[in-house]
Design a protein around this ligand. Structure first.
Ligand code: FE2
Length: 147
């Protein structure tokens, strides 16, 4: 079956080419190409584009995250990640400063949810597969750079 240029078999094999997918604007200078969403495991796979100056609001990973930088440089609490860098974000990792100064792109593989906080460190919202699915359907607007 092919949906939105993603090929998936009944067994769950999947092929998604970023060159065939539309960008989803998620605010704060960041856009996603959603490669895979799994309602069973709660995992998600994204190709991420950050414009120069893009920034994520403070957040806590409720599951693991993994990324691979393909372009630019992600700057966050742990350090600077340039092209070719693989990063692992453990469950409950808190990141308060994740941004880029130059155009940056990465593959991001997430598990479960990410809790985003406002300026006063209160929970702003919880990002997960359902939220991404609703955003793709146009039923939800994301603003991960808010606050
Ligand atoms: Fe993070």
């Amino acid at each position: 079956m092919t949906t939105n240029s993603i090929t998936e078999t009944p067994e769950g094999d999947l092929l998604a080419n970023i060159n065939d997918l539309e960008w989803l604007d998620v605010g704060g200078g960041t856009r996603f190409k959603v490669l895979r969403l799994c309602d069973i495991t709660g995992s998600w796979a994204l190709y991420v584009h950050m414009a120069p100056g893009a920034r994520f609001q403070a957040h806590r990973h409720e599951g693991t995250g993994q990324f691979f930088i393909t372009k630019g440089e992600l700057i966050y609490d742990v350090g600077k990640a340039g092209p070719g860098t693989y990063g692992f974000e453990p469950t409950f990792a808190v990141h308060v400063d994740a941004h880029c100064d130059i155009e940056t792109e990465m593959l991001f593989l997430g598990q479960g949810a990410v809790t985003y906080f406002d300026k006063d460190n209160n929970v702003d919202y919880v990002f997960n597969v359902k939220m991404l699915r609703d955003a793709l359907a146009g039923a939800q607007t994301l603003d991960i750079g808010h606050a």
